[in-house]
Design a protein around this ligand. Structure first.
Ligand code: HEC
Ligand code: HEC
Ligand code: HEC
Ligand code: HEC
Ligand code: HEC
Length: 281
């Protein structure tokens, strides 16, 4: 029985070593191949990138720019915007496969608006949208076409907004939005703080998410009065979230005081006990 156990032990030991050597071998052989395998798969998936990467600057530049965009991060590739067949090298840009080509200036809002429906509706009825084709900006004027990034109020800048008119009215909108933006950032930070300490902040996060979304739909009307009015309302809702956070702060402070009192009480009791023992001993 003992011998059998010995053999069994040494066998498992051997097989463990064998497995270690085998997996080591497999890793050294396959690891360098893995990334290129993944890459090959990605390129196979989309022929647009495969072919365009090797074309002259004008046609390869979009690939380079797109790679750093928020669209790339969210899986919105060439064909999501331009149409076409991303799997068929020979017919990729065939209109019969839905290829749309490059939109003319006037068609850009509808081009982006297939996905950004609400924004495009606001834009079209705004002073900017009404000036479409007559010197007004399109989506691409402010966001670019391939290097589209996550937005912030930094987009409202002298650089972007003074191409066609002075910065005064742009600044009015920015100022009206800035206070709310800063409030949102501050509240977001405080919720994060409570979350890290283990407080259940699900409801607060949901409320902030809804308010923030509403706030970020304000811009495209470029209507200063509307922005001012809505921002005031939104600030009111943020104040409510802030009050809940204040309540959590207070509760935490009370808990701390109660804790300190308990410790002080225990110390005092200990001291009394000690003194009593001394006097009666
Ligand atoms: C086999 C190579 C190849 C593939 C695959 C390919 N393209 Fe192209 N593409 C080209 C060449 C070459 C041009 C420039 C000449 C032309 O317009 O035909 C071009 C031009 C374009 C243009 C500009 C057209 C214009 O009117 O200026 C767009 C947009 C475009 N491609 C998008 C795509 C998309 C989206 C895909 C994938 C669904 C794709 N391409 C797949 C080679 C390719
Ligand atoms: C978010 C939508 C979007 C995506 C994604 C996108 N494009 Fe474009 N692309 C546009 C728009 C809009 C234009 C027109 C640009 C303009 O008028 O400034 C354009 C223009 C082009 C042009 C013409 C450039 C020129 O100078 O004539 C080519 C080529 C092109 N895109 C290729 C691609 C390729 C390849 C990809 C994938 C890597 C891609 N695009 C991804 C929106 C997009
Ligand atoms: C005059 C410049 C300008 C034009 C034109 C413009 N945008 Fe914007 N866009 C902005 C600015 C500035 C913000 C950021 C507003 C904020 O932080 O609340 C923004 C925010 C956004 C957002 C994120 C906010 C949201 O509600 O989801 C999207 C998406 C967007 N724009 C798409 C578009 C599309 C699509 C078009 C064309 C129909 C367009 N934009 C036209 C400047 C512009
Ligand atoms: C096929 C759908 C689709 C098309 C077409 C499209 N987008 Fe997007 N866009 C998305 C998705 C998905 C996201 C990432 C999720 C989000 O933020 O809404 C995004 C994000 C954005 C953002 C960042 C929003 C933010 O929250 O910061 C901007 C700005 C934007 N797109 C502008 C454009 C412009 C300009 C065009 C046209 C040239 C365009 N998009 C075309 C799907 C699309
Ligand atoms: C490509 C040109 C162009 C760019 C770039 C541009 N605008 Fe405008 N803007 C116009 C035109 C055209 C009008 C409408 C005619 C007018 O009032 O002058 C306008 C009007 C406005 C108005 C007044 C709206 C109203 O109802 O009275 C505001 C506010 C405004 N723009 C803000 C901005 C901001 C903010 C930016 C930068 C993010 C910007 N614009 C970038 C062309 C532009």
């Amino acid at each position: 029985m003992g011998a059998l156990l010995m053999i069994f032990r040494s066998r498992t030991g051997q097989s463990r070593i064998f497995k270690g050597v085998l997996s080591g071998l497999l890793l050294t052989v396959f690891l360098p191949i893995l990334p290129s395998l993944a890459l090959a798969q990605e390129q196979q998936e989309i022929v647009c990138i495969q072919c365009h990467s090797g074309l002259e600057e004008k046609y390869s530049q979009p690939v380079k720019l797109w790679r750093s965009s928020i669209h790339a991060v969210n899986g919105i590739a060439c064909n999501a915007c331009h149409g076409g067949d991303p799997k068929d090298m020979a017919n990729a840009m065939n209109p019969a496969r839905g290829f749309l080509g490059v939109p003319g200036e006037k068609d850009i809002p509808a081009f982006c608006g297939r996905c950004h429906v609400g924004v495009t509706k606001d834009y079209l009825s705004s002073a900017h949208g009404l000036a479409l084709g007559k010197g007004g900006p399109t989506c691409v004027t402010c966001h670019g076409s391939h290097l589209v990034r996550k937005v912030s109020l930094e987009l409202i800048s002298e650089k972007y907004c003074t191409q066609c008119h002075n910065f005064e009215r742009a600044k009015l909108i920015k100022d009206a939005m800035l206070e709310t933006e800063l409030l949102i950032v501050a509240i977001d930070g405080r919720i994060e703080g409570f979350k890290n300490q283990g407080t259940d902040t699900g409801k607060l996060e949901q409320s902030l998410f809804a308010v923030r979304n509403r706030f970020h739909t304000l811009f495209h009307d470029v209507d200063v009065e509307k922005v001012k009015k809505e921002s005031t309302q939104i600030n009111g809702e943020l104040k409510k979230i802030d009050n809940v956070l204040q309540g959590l702060d207070d509760a935490r402070r009370k808990r701390k005081i109660a804790g300190a009192c308990a410790v002080a009480g225990a110390l005092l009791a200990g001291l009394l006990f000690h003194l009593l023992r001394k006097t009666y001993a």
